[in-house]
Write a protein that binds this ligand. Structure first.
Ligand SMILES: Nc1ncnc2c1ncn2[C@@H]1O[C@H](COP(=O)(O)OP(=O)(O)OP(=O)(O)O)[C@@H](O)[C@H]1O
Ligand SMILES: [Mg+2]
Length: 214
């Protein structure tokens, strides 16, 4: 898809128009009706609305007014990633307009199937873990202590060794991996659990790269 600001704006305005018709209020995001073809997703800080009839862009806004900072940060990070030639690893995003007193952002739609992302990356990390620790994969699979230890290391959200990040680094060029690692450290892009990724075709892409706790 050829992403342009104009197209993102057109899609966002169409979504907002339909939400207005339904009497939806972004200030009460989990109450009220949304059109039949729409779906709503959310995390701890953001609400995402998708028009399944045109799933090329989603709209994104803060769960509360103060959570808009996460959307703003993604716009900043996306611009930096573009300068570094790393934009393909981030979902395109831009501020579009104010609506009912809230900042509304458009984001490129990704196929956010958490289970698929998690399966692929945990399989990769498990193999690596067994290799690093000189473990027989079949035997290790039967050992609950080893498995617990593995999952602790896989889900380590404190830094950028998060499993899915390691998996992405294994798929891309060493040059991109080094640059991406630097960018992620610089911007404190932590919290990269499987739910914060999606697929653009075959490409693993971040959909929630605002980080947390900065
Ligand atoms: N660009 C996108 N395309 C499709 N679905 C998306 C997109 N961005 C987010 N989602 C879905 O919406 C969910 C919530 O979005 P997001 O992760 O950005 O919110 P958050 O509140 O910042 O999350 P967290 O709880 O991780 O802080 C995601 O887990 C994902 O399933
Ligand atoms: Mg998230």
């Amino acid at each position: 898809m050829n992403i342009t600001f104009e197209l993102a704006k057109e899609r966002t305005e169409a979504i907002l128009e339909k939400l207005t018709e339904c009497g939806y209020n972004v200030n009460e995001p989990f109450e009220g009706n949304i059109p039949d073809t729409f779906s709503i997703d959310s995390g701890a800080c953001r609400v995402v609305i998708i028009d399944e009839a045109h799933p090329d862009f989603v709209i994104k806004f803060g769960c509360s007014e103060s959570d808009e900072k996460y959307c703003k940060r993604e716009v900043e990070i996306y611009e930096e990633a573009k300068k570094e030639g790393l934009a393909k690893y981030f979902a395109w995003t831009q501020y579009i307009c104010e609506y009912q007193g809230r900042g509304i952002y458009a984001m490129e739609y990704l196929d956010c199937d958490e289970e698929t992302v998690d399966d692929r990356s945990s399989d990769y990390c498990w193999e690596l873990y067994c290799e690093d620790n000189d473990l027989d994969e079949e035997k290790a699979r039967e050992d609950w202590d080893i498995r617990d230890e593995f999952w602790d290391s896989y889900n380590d959200s404190t830094d950028h060794t998060y499993g899915v990040v390691r998996y992405l680094f294994s798929l891309i060029s060493a040059g991109d991996a080094v640059k991406l690692d630097q960018l992620m450290w610089h911007w404190d892009i932590n919290d990269m659990h499987a739910g914060n990724w999606g697929l653009r075709g075959k490409q693993l892409v971040m959909c929630d790269y605002a980080g947390y706790g900065w």
